[in-house]
Design a protein around this ligand. Structure first.
Ligand code: SER
Length: 317
């Protein structure tokens, strides 16, 4: 992995991924693409950037052909709650975009990464310690897209020999770029509200456990998986990864270690609550640890400290 093209580079993951990859592989070797050009001053513009709608296969191919990357990281997608509002558009964008990215990677013989999600599991998946290989019958459009995407990436590997790799991300917590349209986003919003208002009304109910991970660990996981020797990988698309299984009360208790007067109330949103309940409580990341050394560094309190410090610094600017 030396020269990388990223789609969805202005998203929650893409923004931090672009900056970290440029740090490691050199600014000129990482091409960021997204639907629109960001405002001047956005750090993603400090290196190569192209506007690209992932539905436009020909433009994607032309851009890749001219940049000559050896790796494609396809991050552009609609998240779970947004996909539920517009399922046909979600199918077209999530599946059409992925197919285009796979085709470009196949034509130019690139290594390939795309994220799957805990959303690829459903209500009849074992809820606790969910194994790497298990029942996957999700009930959301996002989940349907993610399972189909995992299978499609496996197909490109088996049929065309493409080096496709992926992880099933849990909720990702970050402070650089706020997420949009996910079910796990409460665990990001809660930190921003804690700093700004000292209180938060959660749309996810007390006692609803989901897996989460700090963005630094997520970015490292992508890089480590892509650098792992191919002969060590049995599973490929996609590996369970997680750093913690938490509910809103646990996040609030962690925040109170730093902001004792923090108040948590509930205004449960039935749609996102329903999605959360269809997902596992905690997934088992043993295979990722075994096959490529996945090793997250942030537990809940360490993440809380980092989030609160970073958000306070942002507020003071
Ligand atoms: N964070 C995502 C969502 O909530 C899960 O992959 O949609």
């Amino acid at each position: 992995m030396k020269r990388i093209m990223i789609t969805g580079a202005l998203g929650q993951i893409g923004t931090e991924l672009t900056l970290k990859l440029r740090e490691i592989y050199g600014v000129e070797n990482v091409l960021a693409t997204d639907l629109r050009r960001p405002e001047e001053g956005n750090p993603v513009l400090d290196g190569p950037f192209e506007t690209l709608d992932v539905m436009d296969h020909d433009k994607m191919l032309a851009i890749a052909d001219s940049f000559k990357p050896d790796t494609m990281m396809h991050m552009a997608a609609l998240l779970s709650a947004t996909a539920e509002k517009n399922p046909v558009f979600a199918w077209n964008l999530n599946m059409g975009g992925l197919l285009n990215a796979l085709e470009v990677a196949r034509k130019l013989e690139m290594q390939f990464f795309t994220p799957s999600s805990i959303g690829a599991f459903g209500p009849n998946t074992p809820k606790d310690n969910t194994p790497q290989t298990t029942i996957q019958r999700p009930t959301t459009m996002y989940g349907v897209n993610k399972v189909a995407g995992e299978l499609l990436c496996d197909y490109y590997h088996h049929h065309f020999g493409l080096d496709t790799r992926g992880v099933r991300f849990p909720g990702l917590i970050s402070h650089v770029k706020e997420p949009g349209g996910g079910t796990t986003d409460y665990a990001v919003e809660i930190y921003f509200k804690a700093v700004r208002e000292g209180k938060y009304a959660s749309y996810i109910d007390k006692g609803t456990f989901m897996d989460m991970m700090f963005m630094d660990d997520a970015i490292n996981a992508i890089i480590e998986l892509m650098e792992a020797p191919a002969d060590k990988l049995v599973d490929r698309n996609a590996f369970n990864v997680t750093a913690m299984s938490i509910d809103p009360e646990m996040v609030a208790a962690s925040i109170r270690k730093f902001i004792p007067e923090f108040e948590l109330t509930y205004e449960v949103d039935p749609v996102r609550q329903g999605i959360a309940e269809s997902w596992p409580n905690s997934i088992d990341a043993t295979e990722a640890k075994k096959q490529w050394g996945f090793n997250p560094k942030f537990d809940l309190d360490k993440m809380t400290e980092e989030m609160l410090t970073a958000i306070r610094a942002k507020e003071q600017k």
